[in-house]
Ligand binder design. Structure first.
Ligand code: RB5
Length: 144
């Protein structure tokens, strides 16, 4: 799958670990930074990635910060972006099947690399179920 990934300093280490695993698994991943452990502002990275998901540059994206919370809040300010902050595989999978989430956020200070990878894998493998009821509900998410 084609993906973008980004983090702030709080997610820098986990981003590198996930990026390596994603590429090893055959995904085509663009790394939007940050590129060092120096302090940065998470919205800068969330907005860059979310803009690209919203305009179709990347079908899906992964954001990593300390908790995943700030990244999700910022990414969800973009129309068409459905970002979910997940710490378990069930929520990650269901966010795809029922909510058609297109951005996953995870927290380096919350998850170890093993569980983070399981969460990412569950999210990548999850497929939107579609159908009238889920499609109707997802279409109602955007403010009118
Ligand atoms: C940075 O200290 C931290 O606030 C950030 O990585 C993230 O957890 C924000 O939600």
């Amino acid at each position: 799958m084609r993906l973008a990934i980004a983090s702030d300093h709080g997610g820098f280490q986990l981003k590198g670990q996930l990026l390596a695993k994603l590429r090893e698994a055959g995904h085509e991943v663009e790394d939007l930074g940050t590129h060092s452990a120096e302090s940065t502002d998470y919205p800068d990275y969330a907005h860059t990635l979310a803009r690209g998901v919203a305009d179709g540059t990347w079908p899906r994206g992964i954001l990593v910060c300390g908790t995943g919370v700030g990244m999700a809040i910022a990414a969800n300010r973009h129309a068409g972006v459905r970002a979910v902050n997940c710490s378990d595989t069930y929520t990650a999978r269901l966010s795809r099947e029922h909510n058609d989430s297109n951005v996953l956020t995870v927290g380096e200070r919350v998850l170890g690399p093993g569980l983070a990878w399981d969460v990412v894998s569950a999210w990548l493998e999850g497929t939107f179920e579609g159908g009238e009821r889920h499609t109707r509900r997802v279409s109602k998410i955007e403010p009118r």
